[in-house]
Design a protein around this ligand. Structure first.
Ligand code: ADP
Ligand code: MG
Length: 595
């Protein structure tokens, strides 16, 4: 671990700002740095939204415009203080972002980029056509930000203010990404199905990061209006929206600090191009766009992690470690635990469930039960309908007919997130984890529903006690299945067997009443299978109820109490492992082909 505490590092970084401002840098450079800071604030939001969350917005400049225009209008026309109008800008931004996000984010993939383009364009024309906003001339005479008699809207004082906000924004995002909410956000790009199965409301989190990104942009707009002392539509148009995205990509979209290098690099390049391009090409047409495009392609080709990776290389290696303190785990109240069903009670009752894909009946009126403390195997040849049954039970697929009852409540028809809340947790046939998070963080995602702290507490660093408990629980589950040595390993570096165990630990982290495992032994080597069998035996001895879909007959016969056999979507037979092994029907359908 780094010996200097994080808060001290951050305080030191903030303290360098006034020192930098006192250095005899030419005013020109201070002004440049001020613009870079204004850009960086917007790009920070895009790092979260696009880099981490995988959602592309071309409309950030429009949110900058809302922040700028709101404050300009209210200070000039109504004489309000800029320290008040910033909140008005944030409020209007929030309402617009929630509206745009709520409408577009529930639709799949590409609607957001398109909608943000439409949004950016329409707001631009609105700003340019409203008389009250001065049409294309904009609003002039926007007052300075004053602190007593001190004008913060000029050169060096503005530099300190603007960059303090950039740094505070960056710290807030770093805090956020290292939190319960942050782990859910980091699952949005590539693992929404898994996140939903862990109880994460992915739509809410998408709207949330869209909102946060918009608010960052709005603050930048507020600063901009009082720095320029005038606003007009041109800096808030679509071209600028594209440029912000460009900065995020140049910085290295996944890195918080990349927002700063991206803004810096873009601004410097822009300035240089304005000087050199007319000399080379002879005209002052907007050839920058073409050069920008070429640079972007080159960066993506040769520096896929952006310009921040150039800087990062020279910094001391600080391995990403969720700040979990082993000693602190025992302290304070633990996480709440759900009441468990009594041994032998029916936990899962699957009744006549059916799934048709067009003409194909993949699951044909299947019924079976799982009792508390039992391990029930669901087997059958390839294509028998096991995975489909599994997805019907967990809410990933909708039923054609039939009912699924879990702990006495009908759950068929509920989404997987709601089913997870009731206490069913699962693993996936194709491992679904977040490769660039640590093992501990991945597993902690399973405990999502056992925490309550949201984005704001995380950004302000008010979630540490709960974090300790969530990460402590994740560590405990990893130790339970024998992976206590690998807590801080990147999940992507794990062998297949370890990845499957990680999924089991993650599912256990939700304190489930029923665990569903979809082919946990698929792709495992002999030794890994033995480790898996040991874990399953241990879970059984602890009284866990498990529904196991598995191909490996030795494993199924070894660990299950009861087996349901499917063939061509139908229920072939069920019984104890011995009965199934001896059944001529099953031999004909299944074992016969294997043995
Ligand atoms: P198993 O897991 O037992 O190998 P599955 O449940 O994956 O079997 O598949 C059962 C049958 O349903 C197969 O014939 C498969 O091709 C079909 N099937 C599964 N999912 C779909 C789908 N989304 N659309 C159409 N057919 C599907
Ligand atoms: Mg399958």
């Amino acid at each position: 671990m780094n010996p200097v505490p994080v808060w001290a590092q951050r305080a030191a970084l903030l303290a360098t700002l006034p020192v930098l401002a006192l250095l005899p840098l030419p005013d020109f450079w201070i002004t440049q740095l001020n613009y870079i800071g204004l850009y960086a604030l917007v790009v920070l939001g895009l790092v979260l939204l696009t880099g981490v969350g995988g959602l592309t917005s071309f409309g950030q400049a429009a949110f900058v415009g809302i922040g700028a225009y709101t404050s300009a209008y209210l200070t000039v026309n109504m004489g309000l203080s800029p320290w008040v109008t910033v909140f008005a800008g944030l409020a209007i931004t929030a309402v617009s972002a929630l509206l745009v996000g709520w409408i577009t984010l529930r639709m799949s993939g590409h609607y957001l980029p398109l909608a943000t383009i439409a949004w950016g364009l329409s707001l631009y024309y609105l700003m340019g056509n409203l008389d009250a906003l001065g049409k294309y001339d904009g609003i002039l005479g926007v007052p300075s930000l004053m602190l007593g008699d001190w004008d913060l809207s000029r050169g060096r004082p503005f530099f300190v203010l603007c960059w303090a906000l950039v740094l505070l924004g960056a710290f807030a995002l770093l805090n956020l990404l290292d939190s319960r909410t942050g782990r859910a956000i980091r699952a949005l790009k590539s693992a929404t199905q898994m996140a939903e199965a862990m109880g994460v409301d992915t739509l809410r989190h998408k709207i949330g990061i869209f909102l946060i990104a918009a608010l960052f942009a709005s603050v930048s707009g507020w600063l901009f209006a009082h720095f320029q002392h005038t606003v007009n539509p041109s800096p808030f148009g679509l071209k600028m929206g594209i440029e912000y995205l460009f900065m995020a990509v140049l910085g290295g979209v996944g890195h918080v600090w990349g927002a700063i290098t991206g803004a810096l690099f873009t601004k410097l390049m822009e300035d240089q191009l304005q000087v050199w391009l007319p000399l080379w090409i002879g005209t002052s047409g907007s050839y920058e766009v073409i050069v920008f495009g070429v640079v972007l392609v080159l960066v993506l080709q040769y520096l896929p992690n952006g310009t921040w990776s150039l800087v990062d290389r020279w910094l001391p290696a600080t391995p990403r470690q969720a700040t979990w303190d082993n000693a602190a785990t025992g302290k304070g109240p633990g996480l709440s635990e759900r009441s468990k069903p009594a041994m032998g009670e029916v936990v899962l009752d699957v009744h006549q469930i059916r799934k048709q894909f067009g003409g194909l009946v993949a699951v044909n009126d299947i019924s079976f039960q799982v009792r508390a403390g039992q391990i029930v195997g669901l087997i059958g040849p390839n294509g028998a309908g096991k995975s489909t049954t599994f997805n019907l039970v967990t809410g990933v697929l909708g039923l054609t007919s039939g009912t699924v009852t879990f702990r006495g409540e009908v759950i068929s028809g509920s989404p997987s997130r709601v089913i997870a809340q009731r206490g069913m947790s699962r693993t996936f046939q194709h491992v679904k984890m977040i490769p660039d998070m640590t093992v501990l963080e991945n597993v902690a995602l399973g405990a999502h529903l056992r925490g309550h702290k949201g984005a704001l507490s995380a950004m302000l660093g008010l979630d540490t006690a709960e974090e300790q408990r969530l990460l402590g629980e994740a560590a405990r589950q990893l130790q339970r299945i024998g992976m206590g040595e690998l807590l801080h390993e990147q999940a992507g570096n794990l062998a297949m067997g370890q990845q499957r165990l990680l999924e089991i630990a993650r599912a256990l982290c939700s304190d489930p009443a029923l665990l569903l495992l979809d082919e946990p032994a698929a792709g495992l080597r002999h030794k890994e299978k033995e480790a898996l069998a040991a874990v399953l035996h241990q879970l059984r001895s602890e009284g866990m109820s498990i529904l196991l879909v598995e191909h490996d007959m030795d494993l199924v016969m070894d660990v299950t109490d009861h087996i349901v056999v499917m063939e061509f979507g139908t229920h072939l037979m069920e019984g104890t492992p011995e009965q199934v092994q001896q059944s001529p029907q099953v031999r004909a359908a299944y074992l016969g082909t294997d043995h």
